[in-house]
Design a protein around this ligand. Sequence first.
Ligand code: FES
Length: 105
Amino acid sequence: MAEQKLGIRLDELEDDTVVAVSVGEVSLAVVKHGGKVYALDGKCTHEGGSLGEGYMDNNELICPLHSGAYSIESGKANENTPWVSDVRAYMIRADSASRELYVDV
Ligand code: FES
């Protein structure tokens, strides 16, 4: 794993607004929730919906196409939406001085 700059700062994210971010070849869905930042693989396991265009429901990220639900903390699929399976969750860190976000991809 290598830490890469995400290209956005912590203060540029609005709470519970999901954004799509690409880091090299990797597409991510990034969201700030409860003061912490999370990143999941950006591609839904069902039919490839863009999770970066999804939305939050409590602590879950919801796919915009058929409402598959993923834990933003772990990437685990909600058992009530069995048409999706787990996605990878990435470690995110904010630099304490610049507030730039970094991800391990
Ligand atoms: S593509 Fe995401 S739930 Fe169908």
